[in-house]
Design a protein around this ligand. Structure first.
Ligand code: NDP
Length: 236
């Protein structure tokens, strides 16, 4: 009897994360760490990682979705009608080419980068609002490269502008959803993933541990903030 009560309590108390870009890099590490911490995880990815990379457990639900398929994004709330999301994590990102120097700008690629990094996170929030639990946290993985104040090296036009626009949109989100949800943007540090490359100082595990701790400590007063993976506030 006691055991049944305790299992029931775990299921009732279990929190749910929905994250994008769940198949590799930081996203896959988020899936691993939140599952290990006892969360239910709705892992959204275009192509899912193999069974070994993400273990099959009843706590893991895989959703196949390109975040720029606007029709599919709009239908997500219906597809997830049985879910209640406590943390919506926009993690999917696109860098937009190694050479984004003046003279090499590529308008088609730039628009793709804006679609993935700026428009998709907001379309996901818009679509999933009916599935968010009261007080749910909305976090988007931005980048220090999106900080205008911090830009002292130039270049990277596609990526910087898309993350700066994400930051600006998040500020509106925090104001519009004040009192209902806590909305933040996070910089994961420079991390050894396909995007970050092999010379980055941080492992995905270290970065995700840091960001989880930041997310854990958030209060409504933090809404509208831009934080480093170690919790330090960052300049816009
Ligand atoms: P990766 O390049 O390793 O992973 C990018 C992820 O985004 C992949 O899962 C990729 O899926 C997904 N993605 C890209 N486009 C789409 C799309 N249209 N639909 C669905 N998923 C998509 O990068 P990281 O793990 O390093 O990056 C995660 C986040 O962290 C990004 O937002 C990035 O900008 C940010 N960031 C990373 C830093 C670093 O040093 N690594 C530094 C600062 C910020 P697929 O496999 O299908 O391509």
């Amino acid at each position: 009897m006691l055991e049944t009560v305790s299992i029931l309590a775990t299921v009732i108390m279990q929190k749910t994360l929905l994250l994008t870009g769940a198949n590799r890099g930081l996203g896959l590490e988020f899936v691993r760490q939140y599952l290990a911490a006892g969360w239910r995880v709705i892992a959204v990815a275009r192509h899912h990682a193999d069974e070994l990379a993400t273990p099959d457990t009843p706590a893991l639900r895989r959703v196949a979705l390109d975040v720029t398929d606007w029709q599919a994004v709009a239908g997500l709330a219906d597809a997830l009608a049985d879910e209640r999301i406590d943390l919506l994590l926009n993690n999917a990102g696109r860098y937009g080419g190694d050479d984004q120097a003046l003279g090499k700008l590529d308008p088609e690629e730039w628009l793709r980068v804006l679609a993935v990094n700026t428009v998709a996170p907001l379309m996901l929030v818009q679509a999933l609002r009916p599935r968010l639990a009261p007080g749910a946290v909305i976090a988007s993985i931005s980048s220090r490269m999106g900080s205008i104040a911090d830009n002292d090296s130039g270049g990277a036009y596609h990526y910087r502008s898309a993350k700066a626009a994400l930051n600006a949109a998040h500020r509106s989100l925090a104001l519009d959803l004040r009192g209902r949800h806590v909305c933040v943007v996070l910089h994961p540090g420079w991390v050894r993933t396909d995007m970050g490359g092999g010379n980055a100082p941080l492992s995905p595990a270290e970065s995700v541990r840091g960001m989880r701790a930041v997310l854990e400590r958030l209060t409504p007063a933090d809404s509208g903030g831009f934080f480093n993976y170690d919790g330090t506030p960052l300049p816009w």
